[in-house]
Design a protein around this ligand. Structure first.
Ligand SMILES: CC(C)(COP(=O)(O)OP(=O)(O)OC[C@H]1O[C@@H](n2cnc3c(N)ncnc32)[C@H](O)[C@@H]1OP(=O)(O)O)[C@@H](O)C(=O)NCCC(=O)NCCS
Length: 156
């Protein structure tokens, strides 16, 4: 493998969303069939977003969301199958973790179905006790739910 042109990039605007969609369709089972406009929303609302490139081709991706001090979550970690086993996945996750928005955070979470051993090598530990999930379908709530903008207060 010729690694001379491999580089890491934290610039969100550099991301070619069509290439990213292709990488997800090929190598990220949880992120297949994501729409371009939805990928754009996810990227705009994540920081950092780190891509790995071989020349002009995206071969890796990871992103995080963080409050900068208490909690952060790492999402959508993927390396193209042709480039696995070279240390790029580890470097990708470590690059995300060393970003100023994550490196002081008390707890960094992530969800993984199959890659526990990979993350354990980086320092993550299994955490079976605290995680819950809401599948966000419209609910039959008896109260109308207000949509709050930053400047709004609503009396119940
Ligand atoms: C998981 C993934 C990102 C790892 O990327 P990678 O570039 O192959 O990983 P690296 O070469 O940096 O490996 C780092 C270390 O983890 C180990 N490792 C990598 N994949 C592993 C696996 N599936 N199981 C156990 N160990 C693994 C490597 O042997 C290496 O160990 P070392 O540091 O002791 O030498 C990659 O396999 C991938 O994209 N998988 C599909 C998508 C996915 O499942 N992502 C995770 C979603 S939560």
């Amino acid at each position: 493998m010729d690694c001379r042109y491999i580089r890491f990039c934290a610039q969100r605007s550099a991301i070619d969303l069509y290439q990213l969609q292709e990488l997800f369709n090929l190598a990220a089972f949880w992120a297949r069939e994501r729409k371009i406009e939805d990928l754009e929303i996810a990227i705009n609302n994540s920081n950092p977003v780190v891509t790995v490139w071989d020349a002009n081709r995206i071969i890796g991706f990871a992103r995080a969301t963080s409050d900068g001090i208490y909690r952060a979550t790492v999402w959508d970690v993927v390396i193209h199958p042709d480039y696995r086993g070279l240390g790029l996945g580890r470097k990708l996750v470590e690059t995300v973790l060393s970003h100023p928005l994550l490196n002081r955070v008390e707890k960094v979470y992530l969800m993984t179905t199959h890659q526990q051993s990979f993350y354990e090598r980086i320092g993550f530990q299994e955490n079976r006790t605290t995680t819950m999930v809401l599948h966000n379908f419209p609910s039959a709530s008896p109260l109308p739910i207000p949509e709050l903008g930053e400047a709004d207060t609503v009396t119940v």
